[in-house]
Design a protein around this ligand. Structure first.
Ligand code: SF4
Length: 377
């Protein structure tokens, strides 16, 4: 069983962010942890999660989980462990913003059992960080890395965002160099998307910002792939790179269709063909907990067609790929001919060029409409 806990609180909203967050100066950590534990106890041992299988991974995502009072985070982890064993060597990840990483916080996280931190870096360029409305400075990143390692948290991942508007004149290669200089174990790279309900979406709508041209996305995706693989990282999933043995165990569970339980506002859960997701807004989720109502906003059961599409998507997004026999030979030949896929050892894996077309290739394999499919013949 894999456990995801969504901590929705943020100090302010980043310009590009459309996650389910609650901007709070004072985080109601004690009440929130009590609410999470109530939600946990409603699911643990239920029909969906019978028995007492150990927790293989725990992942605190957000929002900004590093804003939670470390004392409350430790209380939450201790309560979970008292009720459900942690598997041997279980990965316990905390997403953190660099400005929250102090020696005292890092020591408390380590003592509480956090053994992996994913740092939201995004860029090392001060102008870019200001444009993004990030709360940290570039100088706080190496300091956070040093402090975490000194506290014994040595499994570190860095998040960066690429494909920024041209007007920012961001030097992607320089940011990759700065990240590599910190010798991280793992990197997650996300292309910027413009969502209408964000400050960036509003800037674009009134012409105050221009989204980047598509070539920038492709060029920076391929530049990162070349640089990071040359530096010894494995590009094991479309957005993720790891040193050997440092692949994210929790995220990999999603891509293997392992069962996971999500707690907190907007958290998603999956067991077999069942999917369900929580109320998105913190206030609505908290009100449901307090009134002993369900926190689930909606649920669905995948039919065989949906399972096939999901299998295609999950398989093709990782470097494990798919069994070749699950795809028509003509399609594999077509993809290989364009340099989008490689077939070897009875499996088909997408190349970097293929991952740039992931959605369209999945749609083509599944025989479902997609605007990009017409360009794929
Ligand atoms: S810190 Fe993360 S979750 Fe919070 S607003 Fe920024 S991008 Fe969104």
């Amino acid at each position: 069983m894999h456990l995801y806990l969504h901590v929705p609180f943020c100090a302010r909203r980043c310009s590009y962010c459309d996650f389910a967050i609650a901007v709070r100066r004072d985080v109601p950590a004690r009440r929130f942890v009590d609410q999470l534990l109530r939600e946990w106890r409603g699911w643990a041992g239920s029909d969906r999660f019978p028995g007492a299988a150990p927790l293989a991974t725990i992942y605190f995502g957000g929002g900004t989980p590093s804003l939670l009072d470390p004392v409350e985070l430790a209380r939450l982890l201790a309560a979970l462990r008292a009720e459900r064993p942690l598997g041997a060597g279980a990965e316990v990840t905390l997403e953190a913003n660099p400005d929250d990483v102090t020696p005292a916080a890092a020591a408390a996280w380590s003592a509480a059992g956090i053994n992996r931190v994913s740092l939201g870096v995004q860029s090392f360029d001060p102008a870019v960080l200001a444009w993004m409305h990030r709360t940290h400075t570039a100088a706080q990143v190496p300091e956070a890395v040093r402090v975490l390692r000194a506290a014994g948290i040595t499994n570190l991942s860095l998040d960066l965002i690429y494909a920024l508007p041209e007007a920012l004149d961001r030097d992607w290669g320089a940011d990759l160099d700065r990240a590599l200089a910190l010798a991280p174990d793992h990197l997650s790279l996300y292309g910027l998307t413009v969502e209408s309900q964000t400050p960036l979406g509003r800037w674009v709508a009134r012409g105050a910002a221009l989204p980047p041209p598509e070539e920038r996305y492709a060029n920076e995706f391929l530049t990162a792939r070349e640089r990071l693989t040359a530096a010894g990282f494995r590009h094991y999933e479309v957005s993720n790179y790891a040193r050997p043995g440092r692949e994210a165990v929790h995220n990999s569970a999603y891509w293997r269709r392992a069962p996971y339980l999500g707690l907190g506002p907007s958290a998603h859960s999956a067991v077999g063909v069942h999917r369900w997701w929580n109320r998105r807004e913190y206030a609505a989720w908290a009100a449901a907990i307090e009134s002993a109502a369900t926190t689930v906003e909606a649920a669905e059961q995948l039919d065989p067609d949906a399972v096939r599409v999901e299998d295609l998507y999950l398989g093709l997004r990782t470097d494990a790929g798919l069994e070749a026999a699950t795809l028509p030979g003509s399609l594999v030949q077509l993809w290989a001919g364009h340099g989008w896929a490689r077939a070897a050892g009875g499996r088909v894996c997408l190349t970097g060029e293929g991952w740039l077309r992931l959605d369209a290739l999945v749609a083509q394999a599944a025989g479902i409409p997609h605007p990009g499919v017409t360009d794929l013949s």
